[in-house]
Design a protein around this ligand. Structure first.
Ligand SMILES: Cc1cc2nc3c(=O)[nH]c(=O)nc-3n(C[C@H](O)[C@H](O)[C@H](O)COP(=O)(O)OP(=O)(O)OC[C@H]3O[C@@H](n4cnc5c(N)ncnc54)[C@H](O)[C@@H]3O)c2cc1C
Length: 317
């Protein structure tokens, strides 16, 4: 079933979460350990991230370096199909522009369609490490909006290079990303929202936010989107902070601010256990308020670990 239909049929705030494919070489069963504890809360859908290949240089002796392209977490589409069959839950594969030509994108979409997967989250992806900015493939998409146009086109039976008059249309529900604290590359939030509107006009039926720790940012972002004519559901993305490492890593990596009250509490923590207690309590408060104020769904970033999300879900669902 499509995410948009889950949202339309919902009687209250839905629950969903995001997982990562296992590291290359690890068994698929390693991700079940992260999913199993969350199934009792009845997720409406599970997202699976897509990971672009990285470029590495390996010493080969005699001063020679070999350039290697390595995808550390392959298997997004296969995992989505397996989870859908095993847990009978809808899955949302992420698809990125980075590293894909338009032909490869089309192949991936055809595969999703044949597997009976009804959803896709359309993203640009980040620049490869060591590249100063995002560089699309020669025949790839520079922005998520271009990918959304391609998926929308396929939903209308428009295949690449195809003169076929009666090509079978796909029927994929398209989601896209948004950033209550603006995307790091955007000149400002107004510009970012203007581009966001283009993604919705191109066919994105709902949006999922970057993680945020201050609900006020989410509410004011939703208001600004509505003022600009973005009327699709905007799903808040939540992440409990659980380790001392997170405190430094999350704001820097995702360019998000911690509100003063949370920052003060975390600065008083000396151990991971203290951080975890504080982070979970904070996310519970966030989730309660978002639910009370009618958020369509609460989407949790598990980053491969589900205990903290389970603690939050126990209080909310
Ligand atoms: C919910 C969510 C899930 C994610 N999952 C993944 C994942 O699985 N794999 C992964 O690699 N990354 C993932 N990301 C990260 C995402 O790929 C990066 O944040 C990336 O830098 C931007 O992706 P986007 O789809 O928002 O890009 P875009 O919508 O293309 O926006 C990127 C930047 O370009 C600007 N822009 C947009 N359209 C135009 C235009 N037409 N012309 C000029 N400028 C424009 C925007 O303002 C923004 O600054 C995820 C992010 C979120 C919020």
């Amino acid at each position: 079933m499509k995410v948009i239909d889950h949202l339309r049929n919902a009687k209250g705030t839905l629950f969903s979460f995001e997982i990562l494919p296992p590291l290359k070489g690890r068994d698929i069963r390693s991700i079940y350990e992260g999913i199993d504890p969350l199934m009792e809360f009845g997720p409406s859908f599970i997202n699976v991230t897509y990971h672009r290949e990285e470029v590495l240089y390996k010493e080969r002796g005699h001063g020679l370096l070999q350039k290697i392209r390595l995808r550390k977490r392959p298997g997004t589409i296969g995992i989505c199909a397996t989870i859908k069959a095993k847990y009978e839950v809808d899955t949302v594969p992420h698809l990125i522009c980075g590293g894909f030509s338009r032909e490869e994108t089309e192949d991936a979409l055809i595969e999703l369609n044949f597997l009976g997967i009804d959803n896709v989250l359309a993203l640009r992806g980040d620049a490869i490490k060591n590249e100063p900015h995002f560089i699309p493939e020669r025949d790839g998409h520079p922005h998520a909006v271009d990918l959304i146009h391609q998926i929308s086109g396929l939903n209308h039976g428009k295949y690449l290079h195809d003169e076929e008059q009666e090509a079978a249309p796909t029927d994929l529900c398209i989601g896209a990303a948004c950033y209550p604290e603006k995307h790091p590359e955007a000149l400002n939030l107004s510009v970012d929202i203007a581009y966001l509107k283009e993604k919705v006009d191109a066919g994105a039926e709902y949006l999922v936010t970057q993680m945020f720790f201050d609900n006020a940012r989410y509410f004011s972002f939703v208001d600004r989107c509505r003022e600009q004519g973005i009327n699709v559901p905007i799903i808040p993305g939540l992440k409990p902070i659980t380790t001392l490492r997170h405190i430094a890593f999350l704001p820097k990596t995702f360019r998000v601010d911690l509100p003063d009250e949370l920052a003060k509490k975390l600065m008083g923590c000396r151990t991971d256990a203290e951080v975890k207690r504080t982070g979970i309590a904070w996310t519970i408060e966030q989730a309660q308020e978002l639910k009370e104020k009618g958020a369509p769904c609460l989407h949790f970033y598990t980053m491969g670990r589900s205990e903290a999300v389970k603690e939050v879900a126990k209080e909310i669902f």
